[in-house]
Design a protein around this ligand. Structure first.
Ligand code: FE2
Ligand code: FE2
Length: 221
């Protein structure tokens, strides 16, 4: 059975500052034509959605109008930046509560034929904020109990640049402490695929047996 998945990411739409809203309409039009079985949005729905404004609502209304099965993970422009990154607007309980009420669950699992997808909130890993420990527990269980399915993580921030032990603090990638916490939840299991957004570029790599991608067109195998 073939499942057709469309990944979109980093729409950055805004009611107040609609610089990128035309891009979203192009993406939505393409999705209407393609009619995939599943739409994965890897975050940054809004331009400044981490603030209490209407940015998330603009994106959610557009997704709802598609009438397609959709799963979303939050980006730093939806809930705020990870506190490991200095000088940014950080994720907090208020922004998490807004996201969860307006968009839905910020971490989830979805089983498809042969695959288990695990959607993660990459902004709360290791923060101690609500959902942090529950998410790690979910990832651990979803990994260990996947019954032979291939494992695909779906998250906004790429896990690393080129090296899982890279200790550089950059807002482009998960920091080393957050990365280690996530990897510990996986145990010895290497994800087959990690689908990311955030970096606003195509990346298709092989790191430690895993294929991390950002918006890459994957041919069915
Ligand atoms: Fe972005
Ligand atoms: Fe981002």
């Amino acid at each position: 059975m073939t499942i057709r998945i469309a990944q979109i990411s980093d729409l950055h739409v805004s009611a107040e500052k609609p610089f990128f809203n035309a891009n979203m309409q192009l993406a939505m039009d393409a999705l209407r034509r393609a009619k995939p079985d599943l739409v994965l949005n890897t975050g940054d729905l809004g331009l400044f959605g981490e603030r209490d404004n209407g940015d998330l609502a603009v994106a959610i209304e557009a997704h709802a109008a598609l009438g397609l099965e959709t799963r979303i993970v939050p980006g730093n422009h939806d809930v705020g930046e990870h506190p490991d990154i200095p000088g940014r607007v950080w994720v907090d309980e208020a922004s998490l509560a807004r996201y969860r009420s307006r968009v839905g669950a910020d971490f989830w699992t979805l089983d498809l034929p042969g695959w288990r997808l695990v959607g993660l909130n990459s902004l709360i890993i290791g923060t101690g904020l609500s959902g942090d420990e529950e998410q790690v527990g979910m990832l651990c269980r979803a990994t260990q109990e996947r019954g032979g399915r291939a494992l695909c993580l779906v998250m906004h921030k790429p896990l690393c640049d080129l090296d899982l032990e890279d200790s550089v603090v950059s807002n482009r990638f998960a920091t080393l402490p957050a990365r280690r916490k996530l990897l510990a939840a996986l145990g010895r299991v290497q994800p087959n695929l990690i689908i990311c957004g955030h970096v606003h570029q195509y990346r298709d790599l092989a790191i430690a047996g895993t294929r991390p991608t950002s918006g890459v067109r994957l041919r069915p195998s």
